[in-house]
Design a protein around this ligand. Structure first.
Ligand SMILES: O=c1ccn([C@H]2C[C@H](O)[C@@H](CO)O2)c(=O)[nH]1
Ligand SMILES: [Zn+2]
Length: 161
């Protein structure tokens, strides 16, 4: 039997003011876009902002539904736009933030499992790592180098044979 290990390291920046100007601006766009979220059921307003390799910025927000499973996360809403309008264009950096009416907004969240799978496929398809900036409306920012780090042993089209 062989012991295998998965390890990853990421950065924690104490506050968004410690980011580069470009990263701080992208995170600010994500924070601002939480106002566009439609989340009357969870009251958990998530938004993300992607800086594409071509310089464009795209935003996405969660859009909920009275039939709960119909709702879509901010990350996959964003990917639908990127995939449609800028197919295969690499996402250089994706900032994710949220504003919750249920509690504090000062800790980072990270994409759910379904979004990790979707982001993983977009990363592969575009051929470039997606850097992630994760943060609430204030507080620390996590910087993650690639979606691969968030989804070890990812399922992909290769497994379909
Ligand atoms: O990374 C995340 C985590 C949660 N949500 C959404 C799904 C649901 O609408 C609400 C509460 O889970 O937040 C996102 O959009 N992205
Ligand atoms: Zn999700």
């Amino acid at each position: 039997m062989k012991e295998k290990k998965f390890q990853f390291s990421y950065k924690e920046v104490p506050d968004s003011k410690d980011l580069s100007d470009e990263d701080a601006a992208l995170l600010q766009q994500a924070r601002k876009a939480t106002k566009k979220s439609y989340a009357p059921y969870s009251k958990f307003n998530v938004a993300c902002a992607a800086k594409l390799a071509n310089g464009r910025t795209v935003i996405g927000t969660n859009q909920e539904n009275a039939s709960y499973p119909v709702g879509i996360c901010a990350e996959r809403a964003l990917l639908a736009t990127v995939g449609t309008q800028y197919a295969d264009e690499p996402i250089a950096t994706l900032a994710v933030s949220y504003h919750s009416l249920n509690g504090k907004n000062d800790q980072p969240i990270s994409p759910c499992g379904m979004c990790r799978q979707a982001l993983s496929e977009y990363e592969k398809r575009s051929g470039n790592p997606i850097r992630l900036l994760l943060s609430g409306m204030e507080g620390p920012v996590y910087i993650i180098n690639t979606v691969k780090d968030l989804l070890p042993l990812a399922f992909s089209e290769e497994h379909l044979g």
